[in-house]
Design a binder for this molecule. Structure first.
Ligand code: FES
Length: 310
């Protein structure tokens, strides 16, 4: 690869035979910011790390690699908790990250040996804060019409989304999919997006929660602590295997994922297929009048642990 490389987040990443493997999501750097170590590629909602040695060329419109789709699925899953994100203007000399990119720096303790001395994290973060402060003025000039529209049409208090439905209006033991408008935060950008969740109102406190220990394991998001309600379960629509959307099959009373046939019970427990964990449960809050609010969270897919994405 040449000295001067431009990465544009969102461009297609192609495989060995030109097949589309996914889209560039992030660029990974060593802490000194002088060396790119890998690319994070989003494929079917999962994020995988592609080492730089697998990349054959980068152009303004695409990235070519030596990988096959199977290689990509076997490559490491990107765990955002292991990295620190910095704004795109902190790109290293010779590497250009276009606006909208999220640059991710490899932590100090896993920095490659032999790399030239790294700037200290504290000094770096100091500069980040100063630059961020100056950028705030500029960012206020950026058109944010979509965000304003979303904020105007979505009742949002903190991260809670009022779903516009009441508990008493939901059927018992029959999942209902509810859509809403959310704002996803990417760096300093806030992008309105359509989201949905599954709502399951339970007929009894112990049904269908017949295996409370399994459910407890699924309640490992800090936000869920104190925000679970025995009357209602809220499940993410994203399959924890590779990110497709399981559908409720009324006749079989099961969620079945159309991509690789993972099968889940009403409570989200996996009973078949390759899914590594239950469907992800989301925090819920029910007001005295029955109004339902949720916090929409996303989690890393393809792994057994429920790791919340930043
Ligand atoms: S994405 Fe593979 S089973 Fe759902």
């Amino acid at each position: 690869m040449g000295e001067e490389v431009t990465y544009r987040v969102g461009i297609p990443v192609l495989g060995l035979r030109g097949e589309n493997l996914g889209r560039l999501e992030k660029v990974l750097f060593t802490e000194s910011r002088h060396q790119v170590t890998g690319l994070v590629v989003r494929s079917l909602e999962s994020l995988h790390i592609v080492p730089l040695e697998k990349v054959t060329s980068v152009s303004g419109t695409e990235i070519r690699t030596h990988l096959t789709p199977n290689d990509l699925h076997q490559s490491p899953v990107f765990d955002p908790t292991q990295y620190e994100e910095v704004p795109p203007w902190f790109f290293p000399p010779g590497h250009h990250i276009e606006l909208g990119a999220l640059v991710t720096i490899k932590p100090l303790d896993v920095r490659e040996q032999g790399e030239e001395s790294a700037v200290s994290r504290r000094a770096f973060m100091g500069k980040s804060v100063a630059l961020l402060a100056s950028a705030i003025g500029i960012s206020l000039l950026v058109p944010i019409g979509g965000y304003i529209m979303a904020a105007a049409t979505t009742p949002v208090t903190d991260n809670w989304r009022d779903l516009g439905v009441k508990l008493q209006d939901l059927p018992l033991d029959e999942p209902v999919q509810r859509s809403f408008r959310a704002v996803s935060v990417s760096g300093w950008m806030r992008v309105p997006e359509d989201r949905s969740v599954w709502l399951i109102r339970h007929s009894g406190a112990s049904d269908p929660w017949s295996e409370p220990e399994d459910q407890k394991k699924n309640l490992d998001s800090p936000l869920e602590e104190g925000h679970a309600d025995p009357r209602l379960t809220v499940l993410s629509p994203i399959c924890p295997h590779l990110g497709c959307e399981p559908q409720w099959h009324k006749g079989q009373k099961l969620f079945i994922c159309p991509c690789h046939h993972s099968i889940y019970q009403l409570n989200g427990k996996v009973i078949g297929g390759p899914a590594p964990r239950p469907m992800d449960q989301l925090p819920v809050r029910i007001s005295p009048d029955g109004s339902i609010a949720v916090i929409y969270e996303q989690f890393a897919i393809g792994i057994a642990a429920k790791v919340r994405l930043a």
